[in-house]
Write a protein that binds this ligand. Structure first.
Ligand SMILES: [Zn+2]
Length: 115
């Protein structure tokens, strides 16, 4: 239930923002979700749809998801490569001294208030 806990977290954040800005409805929210964040976007949308019916602030809120590609950096040859395709082993020098530089995020990028 990873997705549901994230939906709950996002909704809570939106609640706080709405309160600070005196919003009663949120028109849309844009989330950036990394390719290797472990979030299944289809399932995430299901959770969202379930949740928003029970949440007056979000009844009209449209969910937009932007996928962030996963990129790994190799410390040995200092090249970047796509994580999904090659995993932890650098395709240029076969080094294992690599780390993820992006693709693990789940952040609220943009919120539009409804007027
Ligand atoms: Zn390398």
């Amino acid at each position: 239930m990873h997705e549901l806990s994230i939906v709950t977290h996002v909704a809570k954040t939106l609640d706080e923002i709405a309160e600070e800005n005196h919003l009663t409805r949120i028109g849309s929210v844009t989330l950036e979700i990394g390719e290797v964040s472990g979030i299944i976007t289809d399932y995430f949308e299901d959770c969202w749809n379930y949740f928003k019916k029970r949440h007056p602030l979000l009844t009209e809120c449209e969910l937009k998801i932007e996928t962030i590609p996963a990129i790994t950096f190799c410390e040995d040859c200092r090249k970047e490569y796509p994580t999904i395709e090659y995993g932890r082993i650098c395709p240029y020098c076969q080094s294992e001294h690599t780390y993820l530089i992006q693709g693990n995020e789940c952040t609220i990028k943009e919120i539009e208030a409804e007027d």
